[in-house]
Design a protein around this ligand. Structure first.
Ligand SMILES: COc1nc(N)nc2c1ncn2[C@H]1C[C@H](O)[C@@H](COP(=O)(O)OP(=O)(O)OP(=O)(O)O)O1
Length: 171
């Protein structure tokens, strides 16, 4: 089983009196376009696999720095997601969000970062499960979820079958 993390940096920008502004109140999330590996070509949060001896929080901080050059702090645990492939746990993913960070998002070999208004998250270019849990996480909720895929490796070519979700959980 792979233990992995996702980190969603959040910010609120001022849109002044822009009449075309949507109803997000300027709230944005930093997404990446994944350039290699699992989920290549799709949008996701910065993150990756935990290294031996590393806590999930340490992993999320390291991966966010490596992938987009942002130093995140004060991470808030927002979710625990179990991704099953053909009945076996393939990946256990810890999800974090934060409003505390320094640095400017910078592209790397792994990822192209992009600030995206909360209402414009491109769910049609993301993992199929994301539309089920990410909106709640971006609204400040906590979630525990299990998502079942079938069809063999690699996970990003398997078919999403079904899921269970529990909201407002404590970590
Ligand atoms: C199955 O559904 C998934 N949905 C979402 N949103 N994210 C997922 C899903 N399955 C895996 N992930 C995430 C978990 C990790 O953040 C990445 C995969 O990380 P990767 O394999 O690229 O790990 P790295 O350590 O960054 O890779 P390198 O070994 O290349 O350094 O996807």
């Amino acid at each position: 089983m792979i233990e992995a993390t996702l980190c969603f940096p959040l910010r609120t920008i001022s849109r002044g009196d822009d009449p075309t502004a949507d109803g997000d109140d300027g709230r944005e999330v930093l997404l990446i376009e994944k350039r290699r590996g699992l989920g290549e070509g799709w949008y996701n949060g910065p993150g990756g696999k935990c290294e031996p001896g590393e806590t999930p929080q340490e992993c999320a901080v390291r991966e966010t720095r490596e992938e987009v050059g942002l130093d995140v702090r004060d991470l808030e645990k927002a979710g625990e997601l179990r991704f099953l492939l053909d009945g076996e746990v393939h990946t256990f993913c810890h999800v974090f969000r934060t409003r505390s960070f320094t640095g400017e998002p910078t592209p790397s070999e792994e990822a192209r970062p992009e600030w995206v208004p909360i209402g414009d998250v491109p769910y049609d270019q993301m993992w199929e499960d994301d539309r089920l849990w990410l909106p709640g996480v971006l609204e400040g909720k906590t979630v525990r979820g299990e998502f079942r895929f079938e069809g063999g490796e690699p996970l990003d070519e398997a078919a999403f079958v079904d899921h269970d979700l529990e909201w407002d959980v404590s970590f």
